[in-house]
Design a binder for this molecule. Structure first.
Ligand code: SDX
Length: 393
């Protein structure tokens, strides 16, 4: 109910900004989008309903949702010249490298006609990014697979369209499975926003200079790529494949505890959550649903992940350090089961987080008092008087 949470005055002294979009209580494991609990949104709403909520502050009524969906559908195609950008990449280029290049290139197609002080122009940028990022993500996959690009189909829903562009070919249609479509839709909701995380703060800082939204979102994509952030979902799958068997879990738990070993348990720990990440529990439930639908209940990676989580949560190091599974721990297993290759996982994370980045960018630009970001530092270097005579001078 309104006013459920009081703003911790002590925290304002270190807060980088004020925002009404997302609230996290890391100690209690609470995540709210515009005041609604993530658990209810993930189970009762579609991703586009949540996008509308994050962008405009309220859930859409039927007509508003239909108008929003239609608007996005009509912008899912990319300018045909944009396809030329892919040709400059090697086929084995990481999809996030291509995403940085191609999403950044959107600036060259839409930036000139854009006035970021205009609410209407900002809304149009949001529509274009929400519509085109899935098309670009699917193109990244097709390019690396050496397959022809698939065009969006306006009769399909947002996630059906994406899954078809990713998994269909001109020779064979992709028949969307409603359970799998719903699962991916929920995964996007779980990734949609997360307050001032590293990539969202990057987007805000870039946007504070007045840079266009396409360039700012590109900065967020670059930051998300890191293994400590969005790159963790891909790293979790590689870690599970390397562990291979439950008998080897102890080796990796000990490596993670060894201060001299840089290895960290991927998908565990969080800058803010010192309790269960509510998204991880929802992601695990989605795992059960998808693997059940596909008859993969005994998927070895999932079984290994469940056992790894059980052992880690009982380990005194993880208990003492308050390390719990985060959103990335199970997401890779679900995406893997959906037929999405691991090097695409972070691009999928970026596809979900695009709405959060745009919402924070818009909130900041709309604030008449916002100024250019200028983080300060504690100088730890020397102060010297004279440049020494040298080189014979
Ligand atoms: C995301 O900010 C967000 O909201 C991000 C995100 C979002 O939605 O935007 O939630 C998405 O990025 C989730 C995190 C994904 N990353 C990983 O899963 C990579 C593995 N996790 C770690 O690298 C780590 O947990 C971080 C980077 C997420 C947080 O690291 P911190 O800030 O060091 O965590 P901390 O300060 O709470 O760590 C406490 C202690 C430290 O040891 P000490 O210095 O106290 O001796 O626990 C250790 C850490 O070294 N530790 C781990 C660990 N995570 C923290 N030890 C082993 N394995 C781990 N995974």
């Amino acid at each position: 109910q309104a006013g459920m949470f009081t703003y911790d005055p002590g925290f304002t002294s270190t807060a980088s900004c004020r925002s009404s979009i997302t609230y996290i209580d890391g100690e209690a494991g609470i995540l709210l989008y515009r005041g609604y609990p993530i658990e209810q949104l993930a189970m009762q709403c579609s991703f586009l309903e949540v996008c509308y909520l994050l962008l405009r502050g309220e859930l859409p009524n039927f007509d508003q949702l239909k108008e929003f969906e239609r608007n996005i559908t009509m912008h899912t195609m990319v300018h045909d010249q944009l396809t030329n950008f892919f040709k400059g990449f090697r086929r084995d280029a990481h999809p996030m490298a291509i995403m940085v290049g191609v999403v950044g290139a959107l600036s060259a197609f839409y930036h000139d006609a854009l006035d970021i002080r205009s609410k209407c122009d900002r809304e149009m940028s949001a529509i274009r990014l929400l519509a085109k990022v899935p098309t670009i993500v699917a193109m990244c996959h097709k390019y690396s697979a050496g397959s022809p690009f698939m065009y969006p189909q306006n009769k399909l829903s947002y996630v059906e369209n994406f899954m078809r562009m990713m998994l269909a070919t001109p020779c064979e249609e992709y028949e969307p499975n409603p359970v799998l479509v719903r699962a991916l839709d929920r995964i996007l909701i779980l990734h949609a926003d997360h307050e001032q995380n590293a990539s969202t703060s990057t987007v805000r800082l870039a946007g504070s200079s007045g840079a266009n939204p396409f360039a700012c979102i590109t900065a967020g994509i670059a930051c998300l790529w890191g293994a400590a952030h969005g790159g963790a979902n891909e790293a979790v799958l590689h870690m599970l494949e390397e562990i291979g068997d439950t008998s080897r879990i102890g080796i990796y738990i000990n490596k993670a505890k060894d201060k001299d070993d840089p290895f960290r348990l991927m998908g565990f720990g969080h800058r803010v959550y010192k309790n269960h990440d509510p998204r991880a529990k929802l992601m695990r439930e989605t795992c059960y649903e998808v693997l059940g639908e596909l008859g993969l209940q005994d998927d070895p990676l999932f079984k290994l992940a469940l056992e790894l989580e059980r052992i880690a949560l009982e380990d005194e190091y993880f208990i003492e350090k308050k390390l719990y599974p985060n959103v990335d721990f199970y997401s890779g297993i679900v995406l893997h089961a959906l037929g999405i290759p691991s090097k695409m996982f972070t691009a999928i994370f970026a596809m979900g987080r695009t709405v959060g980045w745009i919402s924070h960018w818009d909130e900041m630009i709309a604030d008449p008092e916002q100024k250019i970001g200028r983080p300060r530092q504690l100088y730890t270097g020397a102060t010297r008087r004279d440049v020494p005579a040298r080189h014979g001078r």
